[in-house]
Design a protein around this ligand. Sequence first.
Ligand code: SF4
Ligand code: SF4
Length: 342
Amino acid sequence: MNKSIQFQKCSASEESRLQALQSVLAKTKKPFKSGDRIGIKLHWGEIGNKNYLSPLYAREIVKWLQAAGIKPFVVDTTVLYSGGRRDGQESLKTAAKHGFTEEYLGCPIRIGDGLDGKSIIDLPAGFKHFKTVQTGKVVQDADGFVILSHFKAHMEAAFGGSIKNISMGFASRAQKQRMHADAKPKLIKAKCIKCSECVDVCPTGAATMAENNFPVYDPAKCIGCAQCIAMCPETALKIIWDTDIKVFQEKLVETAAAIWRVIQNKTVVINAVIDIVAECDCLPGNHHKIAEDKGFLSTYHPVLADAEAIKLLGAAPFDQAHPNIPWQRQFEYAKEIGFSNF
Ligand code: SF4
Ligand code: SF4
């Protein structure tokens, strides 16, 4: 495995960030050839999210690839919840609203599992949780990928970076559900002010206000997305896990590992270690920063990319943002299943 890492630090200014990315790209060897169709896998942000990566960076990667005769496209997949990315058409509208247009980027924008979420394939996995893993067909169809990830904390995975962008990011809706299935909200009544915010953000109708005005959560409808937990203004909701808290991370890692077998020799992994906030770009809102910007890094393995990002930031921001979730588990489990050897 090619373990080379390129890193360039930056300040919080847009100019400094862009220069850092340009510097990293200039030093990054492309495992692609002229004419290849290369997907730039990124997250263009849920409707109402204020922390997603600017399309400026994707456009820079497009230029970097096109300069070598490569044909890039930008790609993301549909999601489980009903915000602005549930189906392909809605998601493309959200992308455009956030500045990710063909005109601006200079390349096509695709939905990796099809506009209807049905362009999917099953990959062999053979792991403890998943014998197979279902992903967007783009994983198989593209000649390679640039995985561009916003590194930040995450309320179920502790941190979200390249592993998560490959795993949840390429997964079919069914696979996303299989990964989330064990997490459910639990109300702490003493803290609840009955504001109904959790009901408003619930994408499935699982959360409703009961007659006595406390919210209730229907386990049959709940998809474990944790939007209610993240958006509650009083932190009156906690995640209860049907199984071990670490299982979500293990499922995340297994999915990434199965996909990685398909794309490993034709993929560059880039972590943007900037705007490091407490929550995922899937959640609406402007989430609080937990660390200063560090810069951009590129390498050729998602576990290495995420390990480097944690090294740059230290453990404290993640320990403090989500103290009950051991961020180390993604790395430990990646090693246990042979996804990484470091
Ligand atoms: S968002 Fe929080 S405080 Fe508001 S009703 Fe739901 S649990 Fe209660
Ligand atoms: S985790 Fe919360 S927001 Fe998500 S589906 Fe369940 S009740 Fe609704």
